[in-house]
Design a protein around this ligand. Sequence first.
Ligand code: FAD
Length: 639
Amino acid sequence: MSTLATPQLNPEHYAASIALAAGGSLYLAYRLSRRAIKTLFPSGVPGEENPRKLATPYEKITSRHEDNDDLEGAEEYDVVIVGGGTAGCVLAARLSEDPNLKVLLIEAGKSDLLHLPSRIPAANPQLLESAVDYGLSTEPEPEMHNRKMAWPRGKCLGGCSSINAMMYVRGPAADYDEWATKYGATGWSWDDLKPYFDKSENFTPSKSWEIDTSTHGKGGPWQIRYADAMSNIYPSFLNGCRNIGIPVIKDINAGQRGMVGATRVQAFIDNEGRRSSAASAYLSDEVCARKNLKISVGMTVTRVIMQKGADGVPVARGVELSSGAHAAVRYRVRARKDVVLAAGAVHTPHLLKISGIGPKAELKEHGIKIVKDLPGVGNNLQDHMLIPMTVNVTRGKSLNWFVKPDVGISVVLRWLFTGGGMLCSNYSEAMAWVRARDDPSMADKIEDLASSPHEPDMELFSIPIYYKNSGKTLPVDNAAEQWSLAQIPLRPSSTGTITLSSKNPFAAPVIRANYFSTEQDRQISIWAFKRLCQLAKASGIFESWEIPKRADQLDDGEILEFLKESANTCYHASCTTMIGKEADRGVVGNDLRVHGVRGLRVCDAGVMPRIISGHTCAPVIAMAERFSDVLKAEYAAKA
Ligand SMILES: Cc1cc2nc3c(=O)[nH]c(=O)nc-3n(C[C@H](O)[C@H](O)[C@H](O)COP(=O)(O)OP(=O)(O)OC[C@H]3O[C@@H](n4cnc5c(N)ncnc54)[C@H](O)[C@@H]3O)c2cc1C
C-alpha cells in the first residue's frame, strides 16, 4: 500500500514564509490606508484663500463705490477668468501652458477636494442642497402646478462638474453642425470640436463592453470609462429596448450620423473609483505649481470694471471681487488682455447685467448704469427636464438594498480603502436615444425639432433604484426591488429667462424656466411616458407599477398631471449668452467676444446657440479646450 509523502517543513523556510506574508500584509495595509488617508485628507488642495496675496484691497464699501472704476495700482494679470467651474478649470490649465501669460482664476467656492462626497460617484444625490450647491430655485413655474423647482449649480472648483451625475455624452455631430449652419456659429461645428473632445479625454476601455476606441481620446486629463460596479438591470433595459424596436448600439459617443439607439453609459470616473471633475482633471499638482497661474478661492466677482476706450467703446479693464455679502472691503485686479466670464449659464448673465451689460429696461429698473444695451443677455434660457417613473421588478435586480445604513458603512470602507465597490456607481447605467417624431401617431402632433431627420429628440434612461426628488428621497423599502425609468426631452421648444432680483451681486438671480409652455413639449413627454411603459413591460423583469400606479391605464390628461408633478430639471441650463448676431438675441460672436464691448469674453454653457441633444458637461469642456487655443493663437499673433 502506498502512502502519500508528507511534506517536510524546514523551520527556516517556515519562518521566512511567515515573515514574507507578514511583510506583504503590512505593505498592503500601508498602501490601502495611504489611499484612504490621501482621500480623506488631500494634500496640495488648489486655491489661495487670502485675497490680499492675489488682488488689491481697494476701498471700504460705500453707496457710491459702483461709480468708481479706478484700477490705479491694482494687481495685474493678462487674463482674468471669472468662475473656476467646468469651463474655467480647462481655460486656466490650457492658457497657463504659455509661460508668457499671467493668468488669474477666481472661484466663489473652495476646492472640491475638501468635500468628500464630491469625490464619491454614488454620493452625487447628496451634493444637492449641500455646501457646494448654490441652492437656487426657479420662480413658481406656471405649467408645473406653480412649483418652485430646485436648480442646483456647483459652487466649488470644478463647478457643476464636481456635483453632477458624471454621464459622459458628447452629443450628436449634427447638433454642432446645426450651430454652425443654422445659427452662424462658424468654428463650432463637429469637425471643429471633435479634436477637442479627443484632446480632453483619457478613455479606459472596458472588458465587459468592448467598443472601437479609435473614436475616443487617449492621454487627455479627463478620465472616462464605463462605471463597472453596476446592478444587473441594464441588460434588461437593453432587452426592453430591443423588444420595442430600439436597436442596441455599442457607443453613443462615436460621432456617428443618426445617433439613435440604446447603449451603456460612459462616465467621468477615474480608475481609482473617484469622480474626475474638471478641477481634479485639469488642476493637477503640476498645473497648480505654475508660477504664471494663480487660483483665488472663496472670492465672488461682484462686477466687471468697464472703462471707455479712446474711441468711446466700453472696455473691460478688470474685475472687483469680495469674500461675501457682508465683507467691508472689496478687491480689484486689472486684466491686460481679457476678462473671460466662465460663471455658468445662470451666473454669467447675472454678472453681465450687474456690470451694466444687458437689456436696457431691466438695467434701468434696477438703477444700474448702462454700459451696453444688449437685449439677448439672460434670454433664450434652454434646459432639459428629467421625469422619472418607478416600477417593481423581479428579485435580485435593483440597488435599493444598497442605501440601507448597515450596508452603507461596509460599502464606504471598501471604497475608501480599495477604490472599488458600489460607491463607484453613478446610478446611470444605460440610455436610449429615440425619435418621437418618427412614430406615425405623432406626425400631426409635433414638429421635427431634431438637428436632422436622423437625430434623436428624446432620451430614455435607466436608473437601477427607486428614484424620486432627484435622488434625495431614499427608497422607502430597502427590500423592494425597484427600477426607475426616466425621460429627458432633448429638443425643448420652451425657453426661459435669467433676470435680476436686485443690483446686489450676492442676491440670487431670478430663474424662469417656463417648462411645458408649448404644446409640442407637453405632447412629446406624454409620448415618452407611454414609451417607457412599453419598455418596462418588454424588459423581462417587470412586475408592477409603483409610481404612478396603473401607469399604463392613464389617459393623456392624467399622464400630463403626473408629469407636471414629478418633473425636475436635468440641470442642463444653456444658451443664456448665446453665440449669434445681436439682432437675433446673440450675446457673443464666434470668437466669444461680448458684442459692443472690448476685452470681455464668455466661455461656458451659456454660449451654446441651441441646447445640445445630450448632456452638457462634455460639450462645455470641448468648447473651453477649443477657446483656449483660439485665445492663445490670437495673443501670439499680436505679440
Ligand atoms: C446636479 C447636476 C447634474 C448634472 N449631471 C450631468 C451629467 O451627468 N452629465 C453632463 O454632461 N452634464 C451634467 N450636468 C450639467 C453640466 O455639469 C453643466 O452643464 C456644466 O458643467 C456647466 O459648466 P459651466 O462651466 O458652464 O458652469 P459651472 O460648471 O457651473 O461653473 C461656473 C463656476 O463659476 C463660479 N461662479 C459663479 N459666479 C461667480 C462669481 N460671481 N465669482 C466667482 N465665481 C463664480 C461657480 O461657483 C462655478 O464654479 C449636471 C449639472 C448638475 C448641476
